[in-house]
Each structure stands twice: as structure tokens, then as C-alpha cells.
Design a protein around this ligand. Structure first.
Ligand code: ATP
Ligand code: MG
Length: 393
């Protein structure tokens, strides 16, 4: 039965909370593997062991693990008895047909009762491999690293280390609500918070039927991609077109974008409070567009009482784009779409709005009633990964 050894790193540092973090990660891995044949997941001496029945499922298992926050790396592992000769035989069998001109052995001994120390395992096993394959030992830049992990009742032999997403297990850090447009930035902002262990609720504002349904379709697709990582999402879809119409009638053009943002934030905050979220998240970055100056951010913040987190605040656009590509959201984000905030928006929005200006402009609007009505009418969609149809297990 193939095994996979999953390593966590950061959660190993969490002191007395560590068992709780590990349990969280074990539960998440179990959830993510639903539908994989014969899957078993358990915590095992500072790592997690995952077993599954069929080799054919490995690409799917790898794909699912690589997306999850809280995993430093993982390795496909062949178990061997806790005995040096058994380990060496297993490794040599695994190396059958493998070509490499240089190699090294890295051993970790989690159970100190094993008679050889890690350096001794490395030296002795290195000698065997060298004799059998004729490869050169290269400790610094080996073409192949053979990894051996010795636990209490078994050892594991591994050839390839797969990178994990890093961060903390989903659900370990509380809940936040992210304002998710169909653009490039906000999905990356949501991912940053997912990666820090937050469960991220998603709030989208659309202007249907004034504009097309495209933004809603894009956001549904982006939400599904994020759900593959955080395993459960809740998407709130808020009708914003009528509010924009009211803003246009009441607010001078240069202030409109900031008013839209402040209203979005207030509505998102109302939703956040009912869903137990402790902070709001946006995809803003300093100076990226005229509406994202430091002055405007301060004015936007003043509309909310929950903290507004901006995980991308110091990033360049190309850094964000690269991350969106890795995340898989980029292709969806670039589908042409009319942004609901460019609707009724002047060419030159105020870049240095003040709270006083905004408060004054907003007296022309029934802000509380608009916020309450929009939040109350929000549509709610719960998403899970794997989707129910796949979750046979
Ligand atoms: P993005 O690529 O995330 O849309 P952007 O660079 O286009 O960002 P803006 O349109 O100014 O920037 O939006 C700034 C932030 O406000 C977004 O990152 C997002 O968090 C929020 N936001 C903007 N429009 C919407 C919307 N229609 N629904 C939800 N949130 C939105
Ligand atoms: Mg946008």
C-alpha cells in the first residue's frame, strides 16, 4: 500500500497548541482526500502519514496535497521494516531503473532506539548505493536525494520531495470576510489569508442587470478554485447596481469611487458580523490605481469598525500577477468584464479624499438603510471540496 509522508513546519513551532494544530491538519487532509480509494490519514511522530489503496491515485493525491495550506512538503514513501538491511534492500529496489550521476542520502531518525545514528545511516546506505549503482556522492548539489525516515515500527524510503503550499492549516486562525471582485488582486488577497489559516468568507458585489452576469460567473469560478484550497467557502453575492444609481444622483463625480468602496465595506462588515468574521480583507495595494492612495485607504477604513486587512498592500502588480498564475485564478480574472466600480465612474477620481468630505457627501444618502437592505438581500452559496458527488468515502 503506497504511503505519503506529510511534513508540517510552522505548526511544529506552536508550543502547547501543537496537538490542536496537527489535529486540524489531519482533519483537513482527510476531508481533502474524500473519494480517494482506501485512504487513511494519521498523525505519526511529528509528521502525518497518508495511505491509499491504488498507485493510480497518486497524481490526484499529489495535486490535492500541493494546494492545501499547512503543509511544508510531502513525499511518496515506501515502507520498510526497522532494520538497516531491510531499508537498504527497499531503497535499492526503488532505485531499480532510476538514472542519476550523483546522489546523497538524508536520514532522519525519529525513534532514537534504532541502533544507527542518522549520519551512520547516511554513510552506510550511501556506500551500498555507490557500490550498486556507481553514482558519485554529492552532498551539495546531488541529482538525486534518497531520504530515509526511521520511526518506531517502520522506516520510510523516499525519492522525491514535493513542495507544499506552506502556511497554517485552514481553520486554525479564525474567520475573515474578503471583498472579492472578478479582478486579479482580490483572489490573491483571499489566498494569502487562507494560507495563514483563516477561513475566508467571500463577498462579491455585482451590478446585474445594469451590467452582465459575467462578474458573478467569474467569481463563482474563482470561489471554486479557492475552495479547493480551504475546502469550504461561503460566497455572498450582493446586488449593488441600485446603490450605485443612488450614489450617482447624490455624490459629486470625483468622490464616487471612494463612496462605492465605503458602502461595500459597510455591507461586507454587516455580513461579516453575522458570519462571525473578525476582519475584512481587500486586494488593494498602495498606489496601484488612483483610488488606492494612502489618503483614500484611510478614508475607506474610517467607514468600517472591523480591521481592514490588505495582504497585498506592498506588492507590485507583476508580483501579484505571478501569484495569481500559480494560484490558477489569473486565467479567470482576465476574462473581459465590466467592473461594477467603473460604472458611473469619472475619469479622475479624487486621490486625496478626506473623511470630512466623505461624511458630508454621504449625508445625501440613506446609508444605514441601503447597507441593511443590501446585506439582508445577499444571496448565500456554500461550497465544499471535494464536491459532494466526488466524496464517495
Ligand atoms: P481586483 O483585481 O481585486 O478587482 P483592482 O486592482 O481592480 O482589484 P479596485 O477595483 O480598486 O482594484 O478594487 C479594490 C478592492 O476592492 C478589490 O481588491 C476588492 O477587494 C474590492 N472590490 C472592488 N470591486 C469589488 C466587487 N465588485 N466586489 C467585491 N469586492 C470588490
Ligand atoms: Mg477591480
Amino acid at each position: 500500500m503506497p504511503s505519503v509522508i506529510v511534513h508540517y513546519q510552522e505548526i511544529a513551532l506552536k508550543g502547547r497548541n501543537r496537538p490542536w494544530f496537527v489535529e486540524r491538519l489531519v482533519t483537513n487532509v482527510r476531508t481533502a482526500m474524500a473519494g480517494v480509494d482506501g485512504v487513511k490519514v494519521r498523525a505519526l511522530m511529528g509528521r502525518i502519514e497518508l495511505q491509499h489503496a491504488s498507485d493510480g491515485d497518486w497524481p490526484e493525491v499529489r495535486e490535492r496535497l500541493s494546494r492545501m495550506p499547512g503543509i511544508a512538503n510531502f513525499l511518496r514513501a515506501v515502507p520498510a521494516a526497522c532494520d538497516f538491511d531491510a531499508i537498504a534492500d527497499t531503497v535499492l529496489a526503488e532505485l531499480d531503473g532510476v538514472e542519476a550521476d550523483s546522489f546523497r542520502v538524508t536520514a532522519r531518525r525519529a525513534d532514537k532506539r534504532f541502533p544507527l545514528t542518522s549520519p551512520q545511516i547516511e554513510r552506510n546506505l550511501g556506500g551500498r548505493i555507490k557500490a550498486a549503482k556507481g553514482w558519485r556522492v554529492d552532498l551539495d548539489r546531488p541529482a538525486l536525494t534518497v531520504r530515509v525516515e526511521v520511526l518506531a515500527d517502520r522506516a520510510f524510503c523516499c525519492l522525491r520531495k514535493e513542495p507544499g503550499a506552506g502556511g497554517l492549516p485552514s481553520g486554525a486562525s479564525g474567520r475573515v470576510a474578503c471583498l472579492l471582485s472578478g479582478g486579479i488582486d482580490s483572489p490573491v488577497a483571499a489566498w494569502r489569508m487562507i494560507k495563514r489559516g483563516c477561513r475566508v468568507r467571500l463577498v462579491h458585489f455585482h451590478s446585474y442587470p445594469i451590467l452582465s452576469r459575467t462578474s458573478q460567473d467569474k467569481v463563482a469560478e474563482i470561489a471554486a478554485l479557492l475552495t479547493r484550497r480551504q475546502l469550504q467557502s461561503r460566497l455572498y453575492v450582493v446586488a449593488f447596481g441600485e446603490i450605485q444609481r443612488r450614489v450617482v444622483l447624490a455624490v459629486p463625480p470625483p468622490l464616487r469611487v471612494v463612496v462605492y468602496r465605503r458602502l461595500m465595506l459597510r455591507i461586507a462588515e454587516r455580513i461579516a458580523r453575522t458570519s462571525g468574521s473578525a476582519a475584512l480583507v481587500t486586494g488593494e495595494a498602495v498606489g496601484q490605481v488612483a483610488s488606492q492612495t494612502l489618503d483614500n485607504m484611510a478614508v475607506i477604513d474610517a467607514a468600517a469598525s472591523l480591521p481592514v486587512l490588505r495582504p497585498l498592500v506592498g506588492m507590485d502588480k507583476d508580483e501579484i500577477v505571478n501569484e495569481a498564475r500559480r494560484l490558477g485564478t489569473y486565467e479567470v480574472s482576465i476574462i473581459p468584464d465590466e467592473d461594477c466600480c467603473t460604472l458611473f465612474t469619472p475619469k479622475h477620481p479624487a486621490t486625496r479624499a478626506t473623511v470630512r468630505q466623505l461624511d458630508e457627501a454621504e449625508t445625501a444618502l440613506p446609508v444605514d438603510a441601503l447597507v441593511e437592505e443590501a446585506a439582508g438581500a445577499a444571496e448565500r452559496l456554500d461550497l465544499r471540496f471535494p464536491p459532494a458527488a466526488d466524496a464517495r468515502a
